[in-house]
Design a protein around this ligand. Structure first.
Ligand SMILES: Nc1ncnc2c1ncn2[C@@H]1O[C@H](COP(=O)(O)OP(=O)(O)OP(=O)(O)O)[C@@H](O)[C@H]1O
Ligand SMILES: O=C(O)C1=C[C@@H](O)[C@@H](O)[C@H](O)C1
Ligand SMILES: [Mg+2]
Length: 167
C-alpha cells in the first residue's frame, strides 16, 4: 500500500489545506504526519518542542513518516521540516511526491507569523526566510512534481494536482 500522493513544502505552503481538498476530490483519506505525531505524543507540537526539544520531535517525525508511508493509501501531508532527515528523503523514493512551492511574501501572509509554529517563535520573518532557503533544494530533491502556489486558490491547486497524478 502506498499514498496516492505525498505533499511536501514549507510552512504555509498549504500542505494541510490543499491536501484535504485533494483527498476530497479523489475520494480518499487525508493523513498529516503532524497530526499523527500529536496523537502519538498525546500533546500539541509546540508542547513537544518546549518539553522534549526539537531533536525528540524529529525522532517522532521519522517514525511517523515511516509508518504513514507504509500504511496510508490516500493523500499524505508531511511536516514542513520532514525533508531535513536523510532517512525521510530516502523513504520517499518511488512515491509520487508533490512539492507545493511558496515564496516568502505569500507564506508570511498565510501563516501570519503567529502562534503554533515553535520554530518561528523568535524573529519569525528572518527565520522563515532562512528555513525556506535551506530547504528548497531538499524539497526539489524528493519531488516528482512541483506546483507553484503563490496567488493561487487551494481548490484550483487540488484540481491541478489531481490531473498530474499517475493512478
Ligand atoms: N493557496 C493558498 N492561498 C491562500 N491561503 C492559503 C493557501 N494555502 C493555504 N492557505 C492558508 O494558509 C494557512 C496555512 O496553510 P496550511 O496549514 O495548509 O499550510 P501547511 O503547509 O500545512 O503548514 P505547516 O507546515 O505549518 O503544517 C491556512 O490558514 C490556510 O488557510
Ligand atoms: O517547518 C518545520 O520544521 C515544522 C513544520 C510543521 O509542519 C511541524 O512539523 C513543526 O512545527 C516543524
Ligand atoms: Mg500542515
Amino acid at each position: 500500500m502506498a499514498p496516492v500522493c505525498v505533499l511536501v513544502g514549507a510552512p504555509g505552503s498549504g500542505k494541510t489545506t490543499v491536501g484535504q481538498a485533494l483527498a476530497e476530490l479523489l475520494g480518499v483519506d487525508f493523513r498529516d504526519t503532524d497530526t499523527d505525531i500529536e496523537t502519538m505524543a498525546g500533546k500539541p507540537i509546540p508542547e513537544i518542542f518546549v518539553d522534549e526539544g526539537e531533536a525528540h520531535f524529529r525522532t517522532l517525525e521519522r517514525a511517523a513518516v515511516a509508518a504513514a508511508l507504509a500504511s496510508c493509501a490516500g493523500v499524505l501531508a508531511l511536516g514542513g521540516g520532514a525533508v531535513l532527515a536523510e532517512e525521510n528523503r530516502a523513504a520517499l523514493i518511488g512515491h509520487q511526491v508533490v512539492h507545493l512551492s511558496v515564496e516568502l511574501p505569500d507564506a508570511v501572509k498565510r501563516i501570519g507569523l503567529g502562534a503554533g509554529r515553535p520554530l518561528l517563535a523568535l524573529n519569525p520573518r528572518a527565520t522563515l526566510k532562512h528555513l525556506m532557503e535551506q530547504r528548497r533544494p531538499l524539497y526539489a530533491e524528493v519531488a516528482t512534481a512541483t506546483v507553484v502556489t503563490d496567488g493561487r486558490d487551494p481548490a484550483d491547486l487540488a484540481a491541478e494536482i489531481a490531473t498530474l497524478l499517475k493512478r
